[in-house]
Design a protein around this ligand. Structure first.
Ligand code: PMT
Length: 409
């Protein structure tokens, strides 16, 4: 079954340049099985036509509160009741301010007041506008009202500025919508969220060790395993920070991501966040060595052979485990042989509370695969988590960490 099968999604479009992405967004949501209806503000129609959105959604587009014909077809209250989920993308500073002020002077703002459905907003605006006190106050108001924030992302903006404020890309918006709807379906109560009040820090993905301005040494980690652990811990109520090397993944819903490149950067961020965390999971594939002297200019091709001088990187998980007030510290061991022996050696040598070992020589698991299998060691126990998709595996690992932590207190 498609993940959004039978879900009724109301897409609210306000007047920002990112509105040009919305026909693609509608198509991708429909591909996943959703029935999509579009509501546009007056401003949105300056960027994209209702006809286009009608064609891709296969539904009439609503754009006016005071349209007698539209009210005959599906009035604003019916529309508000029809939706299982409302996504406002792009959400301009103006529409965010109106909603936060409780206004109802057009169809979209009225729907926000009239609906019982969960609402997500995907902000899109200039970085200065995003950082302004007014917008931040409005965002805080909306999140306190249980609105979900999708983004914004960082990068180059249509106005030429660089910074936070870009609307997330369509695949990320679709992923987050699926996650938000799945989380709503689970309707997990506070009692079912045993990690509420806990802070988890998770390292994920590869590190990149620069050779010169254009080259680096890295590995095949995709970040999937670490991001799945983050999503699983967050679903159970934890406040999650992911410290991630360069990956091509959507940050799981309601998790904070700190993006880093090198092992040195990951080490610095880990030692900033770990001291105040309850659980630290080191899933990142950190480069053991970095280049001694990174060249300032691109190295020119000359001799037939060349040598790179490497120096040891700090051991992030060992340094976290050495903290005076250390969190419950879980390492990973990526091995190609003698898995148990090497994993138990790392568990003891790095002073870890737990280590999850995976055989990365086995085809169909480990690096950059959707599936994995783990043997989890504590100083006294050994537990097998058999081959399954990383999302399910992460849930089982998070449960096991939680039970072990409870047992150790
Ligand atoms: O990202 P995916 O494509 O989903 O793949 C998942 C994975 C295979 C990367 C993951 O399951 C995994 O095994 N991660 C650990 C990879 C690794 O670097 O293992 P290691 O045995 O070399 O390191 C042992 C532990 O020390 C790890 O917890 C590692 O994060 C940590 N470490 C290593 C070196 C270093 N300088 N600092 C560290 O913290």
């Amino acid at each position: 079954m498609q993940i959004l099968q039978g879900k009724k999604i109301l897409l609210g479009i306000s007047g920002g340049i990112a509105a040009y992405k919305t026909p693609e967004l509608v198509r991708r949501l429909k591909e996943k099985g959703a029935d999509v209806r579009v509501v546009m503000t007056e401003g949105a129609k300056a960027f994209i036509t209702p006809l286009t959105l009608q064609a891709v959604s296969a539904n009439a587009v609503s754009d006016s509160l005071l349209d007698t014909q539209a009210e005959l077809a599906m009035g604003h209250i019916e529309l508000a009741k029809w939706a299982d989920f409302i996504l406002i993308a792009p959400a301009t500073a103006d529409i965010i301010a109106k909603i936060a002020a409780g206004m109802a002077n057009d169809l979209l703002t009225t729907l926000c007041l009239a609906t019982a459905a969960p609402i997500a907003i995907a902000p899109a605006m200039n970085q200065q506008m995003w950082h302004s006190q007014a917008t931040q106050k409005n965002i805080n108001t909306l999140t306190a009202w249980q609105y979900t924030l999708f983004g914004p992302g960082a990068g180059e903006q249509a106005c030429g500025d660089v910074g936070l404020g870009r609307m997330l890309d369509v695949p990320e918006l679709v992923d987050l919508t699926c996650q938000a709807i799945a989380a709503g379906n689970n309707n997990t109560s506070v009692e079912q969220k045993p990690l509420t009040g806990q802070k988890w820090v998770i390292t994920a993905g590869p590190t990149r060790e620069a050779i010169d301005p254009v080259r680096y040494i890295s590995n095949h980690s995709s970040g999937k395993m670490g991001f799945a652990i983050a999503a699983a811990a967050q679903e159970l109520g934890a406040e999650v920070t992911i410290i991630s090397g360069p990956v091509n993944l959507t940050t799981p819903l309601n998790c904070k991501k700190i993006a880093v490149n090198s092992a040195i950067e990951m080490h610095q961020q880990a030692l900033t966040y770990a001291p105040t965390s309850d659980v630290f999971v080191a899933c990142a594939a950190v480069a053991d060595y970095r280049i001694d002297n990174i060249a300032n200019e691109k190295i020119k091709k000359s001799q037939d052979t060349m040598q790179l001088n490497l120096i040891k990187n700090p051991d992030i998980v060992a340094d976290v485990a050495a903290l005076e007030n250390k969190p419950f510290t879980v390492g990973f061991a990526a091995e190609t042989q003698d898995v148990k022996h090497y994993a138990q050696d790392k568990l003891a040598r790095k002073n870890l509370d737990m280590i999850a070992a995976n055989n990365v020589a086995t085809v169909g698991q480990g690096f950059n695969s959707d599936n994995n299998a783990l043997t989890v060691f504590t100083p006294n126990n050994e537990k097998e988590l058999s081959l399954m998709n990383k999302s399910e595996l992460a849930k089982q690992l998070v449960q096991y960490i939680h039970q072990t932590l409870l047992g150790s207190q």
